[in-house]
Design a protein around this ligand. Structure first.
Ligand code: FE2
Length: 486
């Protein structure tokens, strides 16, 4: 199974910064099998009896052609169920039109984020990039959705993982309403908030959505922002949604619309322009404050909260869009762009914005926290790290940070073992913030297979390593629910 390995051991030794690239190879198979406890190193904790999901591009090439960008790979959902007997694994591609047609023709057909369709501008003019349903997922209101930030969600059956179809919340999400990959659930109300960048009645802006715990989209909003930026994520506090609109934006929309450039090529980072911050009331969906700060590229947010009239925003900060070169060329990129965790403090009274790097390692992404406490102050955060071990080309470790003391711990997965996002799972509903596990799927370059790994969230010790029979292509985001579907 998947015998093709991209680098021989000698070439991996020659360039250990590329040792991870086998993790970007396609997984064509759709599988369904169990791994017994006897095959698991260590033991799955007795309290961990739910479902771990991860999504990402299942293939980054087709018919011998590489996709133009990691963001263009067709979405594959992986589901790992923790049972008394061990784990159960199932994966399925999301059956979007792009996946179905390109699979049938074994070639690139569609315009995507990072490439235009073959045939020149006439074949691309007026066409939006195809939805790859590959970026994130949500299980909320009885719906399992694969998310992609430029289009609508795709629904999957949580039991079979078969694709049910494009999802529009009973017609409330219109065809022009993008629905981002990064929503957030308010644990106090069960409401799920999401947004989409697009054009509205007053020009380019941000559309906002609230979905109630039964899965009903019960509130929509919109505010203009004057440009079409890359706006990947947002911060949710107790009373506000906060958007950092970076100076990374579509520079020449007409050239893109006419089919001469890809969306990716049309994005331009303007370091002399500020980041504009929009603070939106969750009660009214109206902008209640705008602020500005120096240019950077915000990507993912950690937990955020309110301290009196001050908003505390934890966010991954990139100093430029150079990281995009790595995302375009996943099979050959030597990652040297560092994401850093920052804390921003927004004073809603004075408009002052203060920023400081958080203590910790200097190359981090995918900040995580205890989701039971989203929007209120948390002490602990976790993030995937790129550590200076023998294979420093991709995420190879994890950081745990105590925001109160500034102390941090790092766990190195070791040479040749690579992670994507990790997720925190509390030991029980009532467990303290520090009491739980981190769950992740690791790619082991030595065996070209993946491992489901459970860590103690306090010590970062690996409690269980469950070997899969194949590799899980590197993904973007994951999720967990205490519910099981097998
Ligand atoms: Fe993301």
């Amino acid at each position: 199974m998947n015998a093709k390995v991209p680098l021989s051991p000698s070439s991996a030794r020659a360039n250990p910064r590329l040792a991870h690239v086998g993790g970007f190879q396609a997984l064509e198979q759709e599988l369904d099998y169990s791994v017994a406890n006897t095959a698991i190193k260590g033991a799955i904790p007795a309290e961990l009896r739910g479902t771990f999901f991860r999504i990402g591009p299942g293939r980054n090439e087709i018919g011998g052609q590489k996709f133009g960008h990691w963001f263009d790979g067709d979405g594959m959902l992986h589901r790992v169920s923790f049972t008394d007997e061990g784990i159960h694994y199932r994966n399925r591609y999301v059956r979007t039109p792009k996946y179905l047609k390109e699979t049938a023709e074994n070639r690139i057909v569609y315009r995507s984020f990072g490439q235009n369709a073959p045939g020149g501008p006439l074949k691309n003019a007026g066409r939006a990039p195809a939805n790859a349903a590959n970026t994130s997922l949500i299980w909320h209101g009885g719906h399992l959705l694969a998310l992609w930030e430029g289009g609508r969600p795709w629904e999957l059956d949580p039991v079979t993982l078969e694709t049910k179809g494009e999802f529009n919340y009973g017609g409330r999400l219109k065809p022009w309403n993008a629905f981002s990959a990064h929503g957030s659930v308010d644990p106090r109300t069960g409401h799920y908030y999401n947004f989409g960048v697009g054009v509205g009645p007053r020009g380019p802006g941000i559309h906002m959505y609230r979905i109630d715990p039964r899965g009903c989209l019960d509130r929509k909003g919109y505010f203009p922002i004057g440009s079409l930026p890359f706006c990947h994520d947002f911060a949710l506090t107790e009373h506000y949604a906060v958007f950092f609109v970076s100076p990374l934006r579509l520079r020449n929309p007409l050239k893109f619309a006419a089919g001469f450039t890809t969306f990716d090529e049309s994005l331009s980072y303007e370091p002399d322009d500020p980041v504009r911050i929009f603070v939106v009331s969750l009660e009214t969906f109206e902008v209640v404050r705008t602020l500005e700060t120096d240019a950077f590229v915000p990507v993912h947010y950690g937990n955020c909260w309110e301290e009196g009239r001050e908003l505390v925003i934890n966010v991954t900060r990139f100093e430029s869009w150079r990281v995009n070169e790595n995302l375009r060329n996943v099979f050959g990129a030597e990652n040297d762009e560092k994401g850093r965790l920052y804390e921003y403090r927004l004073d809603l009274s004075s408009g002052a914005v203060k920023a400081k790097p958080l203590p910790g390692h200097d190359s981090l992404e995918f900040p995580q926290w205890d989701w039971r406490r989203t929007g209120v102050k948390t002490r602990l955060s976790y993030a995937a790290a790129i550590l200076p071990n023998a294979t420093p080309g991709f995420f190879n470790g994890v950081q745990r940070l105590d925001h109160d003391s500034g102390e941090f711990q790092l766990h190195d997965f070791g040479a040749g073992r690579f992670t994507s996002e990790l997720i925190f799972v509390p030991r029980s509903k009532e467990a303290a913030e520090e009491d739980g596990f981190l769950v992740a799927a690791l790619y082991n370059a030595g065996s070209h297979t993946s491992e489901i790994v459970v860590l103690d969230a306090q010590t970062l010790e690996e409690l269980a390593v469950a070997p899969l029979k194949h590799h899980m292509p590197f993904g973007f985001h994951c999720g967990y629910t205490s519910r099981r579907f097998v």
